[in-house]
Design a protein around this ligand. Structure first.
Ligand code: G3P
Ligand code: CA
Length: 276
């Protein structure tokens, strides 16, 4: 296989914010990513028990906050009492207090409070430059369309639900669920959709994507193990957004294969590697 180093700009997307330097999915992490110069921000969204979209990756808050329980069983007011910024400094299994190793350690508790998607949209709107947003719907099947419905209502409030063309849209929706993407596209056909993949489904091995989807979101493991598949996606005219790319050699591989976006926990390091 011959790799041709691509000429076009590759987009650098901050995965859960600058999540190597600050606690993931917090205002602090997204502010850092914007300061670092990231082109776009990635976030996961879930519905609370009272119907708010919040940026939390796991089903439960146990790993990333000082609370416990499923996001879907908690109301926004419950989540607002939690701190999403201290989880790396919890006592270790050896019984000693672990030192937090964040580069960013905000004193204002609001910087590490639960982050609503609405607040994140405000942050992006106030960024002072174009910052795109890649929003991943988590466990959309459980909610039978409610995640997408709430998401589109919120985007509408920000005037982001119906871009003139996909290329104009500063927002894109990502999911491992083709059904979730279908729901979004049925209501808002110009919103770009990214089909995330952890493995290559035999059905899609030839480079096809679910109907209407023009962006593939393979894991870096797929890219390493099946570079020919990435070439097939490109030949089929699709764009390719790869996650989660943290190692310099993986950045090089993505460049060689001409991928369009790198989703990384380390936006600053990747931008430096790209000479930006
Ligand atoms: O950007 C896509 C990637 O975030 C998907 O995996 O588990 O980090 O949400 P995950
Ligand atoms: Ca995600």
């Amino acid at each position: 296989m011959t790799h041709v180093r691509q000429q076009h700009a590759i987009q650098v997307v901050a995965h859960r914010g600058a999540s190597e330097d600050a606690p993931e999915h917090t205002l602090a992490a997204y502010r850092k990513a914007i300061e670092d110069g990231a082109d776009a921000l990635e976030c996961d969204v879930r519905l609370t028990a009272d119907g708010h979209l919040v940026c939390v990756h796991d089903r439960r808050v146990n790993r990333t906050s000082n609370g416990r329980g499923a996001v879907s069983a908690l109301e926004l007011a419950d989540l607002a009492t939690l701190d999403f910024g201290t989880w790396r400094s919890r006592p270790s299994r050896r019984g000693r207090e672990e030192e937090p190793d964040w580069v960013v350690r905000p004193e204002d508790p609001q910087e590490t409070a639960v982050l609503t998607l609405e607040r994140l949209l405000e942050l992006v709107a106030d960024a002072g430059r174009r910052v795109e947003l890649a929003i991943e719907t988590k466990h959309p099947t459980r909610w039978a369309g409610q995640v997408e419905e709430r998401l589109l209502l919120l985007l509408k409030r920000f005037g982001l639900d119906a871009p003139a063309t996909a290329a104009d849209s500063p927002v894109r929706i990502m999911s491992f669920s083709a059904r979730s993407l279908h729901r979004v596209r049925a209501a808002s056909p110009a919103l770009p959709a990214v089909y995330l993949m952890q493995f290559v489904s035999p059905r899609l091995r030839d480079g096809r994507l679910p109907a209407g989807v023009r962006i593939a979101g393979p894991s870096i493991r797929i890219v390493r193990n099946h570079p020919g598949y990435i070439e097939r996606l490109k030949q089929a005219g699709h764009r390719v957004h790869v996650w989660t790319v943290n190692e310099p050699e993986d950045v090089d591989l993505c460049l060689d294969l001409g991928v369009d976006a790198i989703i990384t926990n380390r936006p600053l390091a990747v931008l430096r590697q790209l000479g930006r």
